[in-house]
Design a protein around this ligand. Structure first.
Ligand code: FCB
Length: 467
């Protein structure tokens, strides 16, 4: 089963009422507090293409294994943003957003993962960053969005505790290079997805299976994050430092004791194994036995760091069932009867976003939060009268989630911004090019970017809230 592909049919639970049918796009965009940040997110592996990068990332290696990528494509070209980043910046400017979250390809700047940097890689991120600043767009840089140097995987990757030091060194290299221009730094993108999908279920690079590699990847990412946060904090007191998590409410597929326990286990492994160490310096009880052997004295103090923001990526809730043969005795369960889904078969439920934000408010000290990813893939409809793909379902999805974010602010959440995933249709990991999340379409023959109706719609939302 592909990433978070959830069963739709069968004996579903009845926990959530079916959502209403899509409504027309809101005529009057909601008003957000002054200074609310509107942005768009991308990631290096999904948009850059190889360019002149010398070294492989684990996704290059993984994509060469037959059967791993739905359409047998590789990240060799993707959107070729390595050469075409000025087109991306022009699109961002046209949208009127003031923030762009992108990530650094670690192997592009450090082909061996540590040691000698490649000046061409560093120059590239100079160029992108300067182009953004020139366009009046604030760079939000993410240090790790899953494309680990293969050279480090060959040394054990996230299974090797030494990676915490390699990561902190890499973070400092980037801070020295870009710290005069970049203020916002996110350490990780979704460490839980990388741990679970890449090291537990084998559906993402590096393709490992089992609870042990999963737990090691979890703990070592947490530790690396703590080390890098300390290093960057020491580098500059001007930095705004944070990290990005995929947070998803986990619900039992059916209202059975075994499914309730499966949901609690999964909630621990997915959400709390990352939130609790950072905010409380502890692992949740249901996850602790998996990492106990790895945690050394002092680790939890290093991991518990003050952050300036937490990035929340939200797409859907999860429905889990007990399954003795599944990872941690759990498995994806059926969605509630009648729940609408995107073409990823992810259930659509904007209240899941408000639930997550209210949990951060009540249980984790109401940290400063930015929604750093939200978006959807639906089968793309044909072009409308304007000549643009008329993606009303995407607009409906975005509108409903932006409204949910608005509710969360009214309820007291410390929410400061909202970023859409993503700018241009790109290489969606194991889905290859088959899952399109862009506000703009990618013509794969010419690599031209063609805005969709959602692009114009989001430009109006951002403009209505411009400060
Ligand atoms: C998120 C990832 C992002 C993209 C979207 C659809 O989990 O961070 O790279 O795959 O999902």
């Amino acid at each position: 089963m592909r990433r978070r592909t959830l069963l739709q049919a069968g004996a579903a639970g009845l926990l959530a009422a079916p959502l209403a049918e899509p409504k027309p796009a809101m005529a009057e965009p909601l008003r957000f507090p002054p200074g609310f940040v509107w942005g768009v997110s991308t990631s290096s592996c999904q948009i850059e293409g190889r360019g002149d990068r010398k070294a492989d990332s684990i996704w290059d290696t993984f994509a060469r294994i037959p059967g791993t990528i739905a359409d047998h494509t590789t990240p060799e070209i993707t959107c070729d943003s390595y050469h075409r980043y000025p087109e991306d910046v022009a699109l961002l400017k046209g949208l009127g957003v003031k923030a762009y979250r992108y990530s650094i390809s670690w192997p592009r700047v450090l082909p061996d993962g540590s040691g000698e940097p490649d000046p061409r890689g560093l120059d590239y991120y100079d160029r992108v960053t300067d182009a953004l600043l020139q366009a009046g767009i604030e760079p939000w840089l993410c240090l790790f969005h899953w494309d680990l140097p293969q050279a480090l995987q060959d040394r054990g990757g996230w299974g090797n505790r030494a990676i915490a030091g390699w990561f902190a060194d890499y973070a400092q290299l980037m801070a020295r290079r870009l710290g005069d221009r970049v203020r916002r730094w996110a350490m990780f993108n979704e460490p839980q997805v990388h741990a679970v999908m890449g090291h537990g279920l084998g559906e993402h690079a590096p393709g490992l299976h089992g609870s042990e590699p999963m737990a090691a990847a979890g703990h070592h990412q947490n530790l690396a994050q703590g080390r890098a946060l300390q290093a960057l904090r020491a580098h500059s007191d001007k930095f705004e430092l944070g990290t990005v998590m995929s947070l998803q409410p986990v619900r039992p597929a059916q209202n059975l004791a075994a499914d309730r326990e499966a949901a609690a286990i999964w909630d621990a492994a997915w959400n709390r194994a990352y939130l609790d160490p950072l905010f409380r310096g502890t692992y949740p009880a249901r996850f602790l036995p998996l990492v106990e052997k790895l945690v050394q004295p002092g680790d939890m103090a290093e991991i518990r760091q003050k952050i300036d923001f937490l990035g929340v990526n939200y797409y859907s809730p999860m429905f889990m069932r007990a399954d003795p043969a599944g990872l941690l005795g759990t498995n994806w369960g059926a969605l509630p009867v009648g729940m609408r889904t995107t073409a990823m078969t992810w259930g659509i439920d904007p209240t899941g976003l408000t639930d997550i934000l209210s949990e951060l408010r009540t249980q984790y000290g109401n940290p400063r939060v930015y929604i750093t990813e939200n978006g959807a893939f639906f089968r793309e409809p044909p072009a409308g009268p304007s000549g643009r793909i008329d993606d009303q379902e995407r607009i409906g999805y975005l509108r409903d989630h932006i409204s949910a974010a608005h509710h969360a602010i009214a309820a007291g959440s410390n929410l400061g911004g909202y970023f859409i995933w993503t700018l241009v249709d790109n290489w969606e990991w194991a889905h290859g090019f088959t899952a399109t999340f862009g506000l703009a379409q990618l013509d794969r023959a010419t690599l031209t970017r063609l805005p969709k109706a959602s692009y114009d719609w989001f430009a109006r939302v951002a403009a209505a809230n411009a400060v």
